[in-house]
Design a protein around this ligand. Sequence first.
Ligand code: ZN
Length: 272
Amino acid sequence: MENLDRLALHSITTKPWDLEIAVRMYREAGVRGISIWREAYEHRGAEKAKKLVQSVGLHVVSLVRGGFFVHPEPDERRLRIEKNIELIREASVLGAPHIVLVCGAHRNVHIDEARQQVEEGIASIVPYAEKEGVRLAIEPLHPMYAGDRSVINTLSEALDLCDVLRSTYLGVAVDVYHVWWDPALMGQIARAGASSRLFAFHVCDWKTPLDDMLEDRGLMGEGCIDIPRIRAAIDRAGFKGMIEVEIFSRRYWALDQNVWLSKIIEAYRTYV
Ligand code: ZN
């Protein structure tokens, strides 16, 4: 049974809770870290959010999320790059060692062109990330999102991008929801570890059927993902960071969030 030393939650997992309540409840429940979603801090500012998290002694794992580089209009692409540069500064204020990148996709941009835009977008922000000492974790998304959220859909593609762009500040976030189906997964996790690019590990589960592509993620143990097998590969690859529970679920957001949090902790102990 897993202890809680490496357990972190994404703030969106308990979306109904304001950050102030969330950090207190996490700490009381024995959670050690938090990945802070922009929506959870932007109304109060990064500085205040950092103080809140520090006040309970939680470890900031990441800022979620930057990216979204793909758009048919060059002006809009430039604005998005500016937004990412702002996020890098905010991550630095929050003390978040990395930002998760959801690379982007657009129905009016063909996929080859979209991949090029992603590469150019990341290349433009890398110098700012290096300057602020904030790493960028490319999160490949399940291919069902290739039309609207990300054209980077496998760990292999994400690592190829890191190889092309070369910065040591670039790496990957492995989220079991997005990559569990990939026959090349085990080898690519080893590749990420060997090249020191394994920055983050996100867990949840894949329900069948899904009621919603985005907001019906399962709790660990209620779906078809072989989490222990992926976890073992992550361990073998040398990853020592926090293990982040990231679940968007209308079903679970409708629960009393204290009940939800205790379910998460039980599932984490049992299935991760
Ligand atoms: Zn994730």
